[in-house]
Write a protein that binds this ligand. Sequence first.
Ligand code: GDP
Ligand code: ZN
Length: 411
Amino acid sequence: MPRCHGTPTCPTGIHGCYTLEGMPKPRKFRAELRKNRSSRRRSGNLTRAVAADPEHGSDLAASERISGKGDLTRKRTVIIHDDRPVGGDGLSVEPIAGSTWRGQVMHVHGLESVVRAPDGRMVRCTTRRLLRTLFTEQRHPVAAGDWVQIRTDADGGVIHSIEPRRNSLCRASRGRRHVIVANVDQTVIVGSAALPDLKPGLIDRLLVAAESAGIRPIICINKVDLVDASKLVPLAGVYARMGYTTVLCSAVTGIGIARLRHELAGRVTAIVGQSGVGKSSLLNTLDPNLTLPVAEVSRDNEKGRHTTTTARLIPHALGGSFVDTPGVRQFQLWELVRAEVPAAFRDLRPLANLCRFPDCSHTHEQDCAVKHAVADGLLDTRRWESCCHLASSSTGDPDAGTAPTHDEEYE
Ligand code: GDP
Ligand code: ZN
């Protein structure tokens, strides 16, 4: 694991700053002192005063500091208590005095965040300037889903600290990390039994993305009213055997909805899946208070170049929230890294350890345990093909994101 350099701009900062014993240590950081907080250094226009009365200059020497202050005095030392877990993320700065409350960020809009208070109120908050100064490696220090400490003053709420993140969906944005949403408990991968046809390759792709992000996936096959449900059993069985919660449902007949309700209660759930599979219909059925537009949305509309990356948490009646954002929905923001693909295939992963070559691609190598397992009927052929396809179409560079696939089955 790369070691953190211990600075706010450390490229490995996502791993936390750890000592050899694995214990977090506080980091010291020199932060710029805000200009409007420092007192005025001169009482008037010194040049004019001295020009008018040269004698005056000698008096000033005792009372005025004529030389500029050194760089040091314009900064202050801040200690960052970086107690985030390995692989986690988040920022917590020096403890705050005074009364604060804890809330979850629903939405970030520019410099303003909408935070949900414990009583359900939505409070508009700004972010403490220090957090913005410290965490310049991120496009914005606060993300939807963050748990934050708020202090309310005359102007409204101010975010004073951000709790360590359990997980996050990120993308690279002009050399900086853009956290789209944090602390997602699970993701529901929605496919439809028909109209549009089920795409198992796409489910596999989304499973890899969820596994790589450390987010629990739930597989949901909607519109089962349109087909003979028994035809879905073999496919659902493959996923269920791997330990994935797999729900066959219909927003029209209500089948499977009680099971989904049980799974979503009290959790933050990202809803993903291609356009038209019935995501909005399902959400509206799960919480009748929601009135999300249901339509046959053109793929071009939703997958356009200008897909919004701003995530929004939508609180629902089951005591949790949905993350329902075009960029997350259409998984444009779910990056796949080649090296992580086979490890995210739960059924293939244990077999890969038995291959002769540690970097086996499971395609042409001799003594490939994965290929043997496929030949012996121990591993689903389609899953093996899926893994090879996703590995070959994803990037080797963790920061570059996924190379676009032009394969219908995986889009
Ligand atoms: P989204 O793009 O994934 O949000 O899909 P929508 O919720 O907008 O639904 C797309 C279309 O599928 C609409 O015409 C819905 O009425 C229809 N639909 C949604 N769920 C079901 C279902 O369970 N069964 C059937 N037969 N149609 C459904
Ligand atoms: Zn192999």
